[in-house]
Design a binder for this molecule. Structure first.
Ligand code: NAD
Ligand code: DAU
Length: 346
């Protein structure tokens, strides 16, 4: 495993993973293969391209395009695929589920076929705690049944099942990780922590869905990257590993940490209409990965504070996104009615 194709490597977690791996393993080469959707941004890799020239390459392409995937893998003599490419935002999956099925299910199948055909050393699937569905009590173990409840999580669960099917049917050497909510640098500000942070920085309302008592395990993105690295090198083939802090907090507590870190008032909080089918709680049992020697380095609170500070110091990255037409149109569609109804009632 020395020549990795990181699909979706221009997105949030993928770009952090590429930087982390190139720094840690001086003998590795990484090809980022990415379609550059709204969430994929070359700015996320600008420093990587400059620092690791010769050990890093980028190809723009769709994981659903079998010929292009195979050509990229052959051209760069790839031995391992790590698949981050996906449509990832639950709210968008409620607006247009089709692209989630296309990329997260069909695209995963295309990559697995490539791994099988080329006899790759490893195919690693990046998955999510959302495939277990909401967990009102206890913690999800890797052997638990899947019970996804949104078009996003249903498409990710299908990708997981297809990955396991390639192991069972043809012994394609797969591993899977299921991560909790990642936060950190370069996360597109549709996800709650960056969205709340940049709104608070601009003294705009923070739209909390429903009562804000939903529980999430906010983990720092580099802890997740380290977990993936451990599974790639020490994980057993055909196995799934949960990655998270192993604890969780209500969204309102996360919101308070965002506001306190920035010294902004609680009056910015606005409870708005809830997300349809909103999962109440995710909670992971991470003992299987811990048994391989991995430990999360940040608590949820530390991860939130560190993330908020990064956004406060890196307006160069998010300001052009926030002021762009695409983002504004999405924001109006997702929040326009929610926030104006709230304002009318006051
Ligand atoms: P992201 O939305 O920031 O990035 C996704 C990347 O995939 C983008 O660069 C995009 O351009 C690319 N992409 C999308 N469709 C593609 C296609 N058809 N072909 C090629 N590239 C395509 O996502 P993220 O938050 O970094 O998530 C990465 C992976 O981790 C996803 O598989 C997601 O399901 C999983 N995950 C995310 C979290 C989280 O909290 N963000 C937690 C657990 C698991
Ligand atoms: O759990 C892992 C998952 O975490 C990943 O698989 C997904 O790709 C990633 O998007 C994330 O999903 P969530 O739906 O949990 O993340 P999001 O940031 O969208 O929302 C986190 C919580 O905050 C959730 O309970 C919904 C709530 N929320 C979100 C937004 C965007 C709000 O209250 N207001 C908001 O405006």
């Amino acid at each position: 495993m020395r020549r990795l194709m990181v699909t979706g490597g221009a997105g949030f977690i993928g770009s952090n993973f590429v930087r982390y791996m190139l720094e840690k393993y001086p003998e590795y080469f990484i090809l980022v293969y990415d379609k550059l959707t709204y969430a994929g941004r070359l700015e996320n890799l600008e420093d990587v391209a400059a620092k690791f020239a010769g050990r890093y390459a980028f190809v723009k392409g769709d994981i659903c395009d079998a010929a292009a995937v195979e050509e990229a893998a052959r051209t760069y003599a790839i031995d391992t695929i790590v698949n981050f490419a996906a449509e990832t935002h639950v709210d968008r999956s409620l607006m247009e589920p089709g692209s989630f099925i296309q990329t997260d299910v069909y695209g995963t199948f295309v990559l697995l076929e490539t791994a099988k055909r080329l006899g790759l050393e490893r195919y690693h699937q990046i998955s999510t705690d959302e495939v277990y569905g909401q967990v009102l009590t206890g913690r999800s173990k890797e052997s638990d049944p899947l019970a996804p409840r949104s078009p996003y999580s249903a498409s990710k669960a299908s990708g997981d099942l297809m990955t396991l099917a390639y192991w069972e049917s043809w012994q394609v050497p797969v591993t899977l990780t299921r991560g909790s909510n990642n936060i950190g640098p370069y996360q597109y500000p549709e996800k709650v922590v960056p969205l709340f942070t940049i709104n608070a920085l601009d003294d705009q309302p923070l739209p909390v869905y429903g009562d804000g008592l939903q529980m999430r395990d906010y983990q720092y993105v580099l802890d997740h990257c380290e977990g993936i690295d451990v599974v790639l090198h020490r994980g057993a083939l055909g196995e799934i590993y949960n990655v998270g802090t192993g604890s969780e907090m209500p969204n309102l507590e996360m919101t308070q940490i965002v506001l306190e870190t920035l010294g902004k008032p609680a009056s910015l909080i606005q409870h708005v209409e809830d997300r349809a089918g909103h999962d109440r709680r995710y909670a992971l049992d991470v003992s299987k990965l811990r048994a391989l020697g991995w430990e999360s380095r940040h608590t949820c609170a530390e991860a939130i504070e560190k993330t908020v500070r990064w956004y406060a110091e890196n307006a160069w990255w998010w300001r052009p996104i926030k002021s762009g037409e695409l983002y504004q149109a999405y924001y109006a569609q997702q929040y326009g009615k929610r926030l104006s109804e709230k304002a009318e009632r006051r």
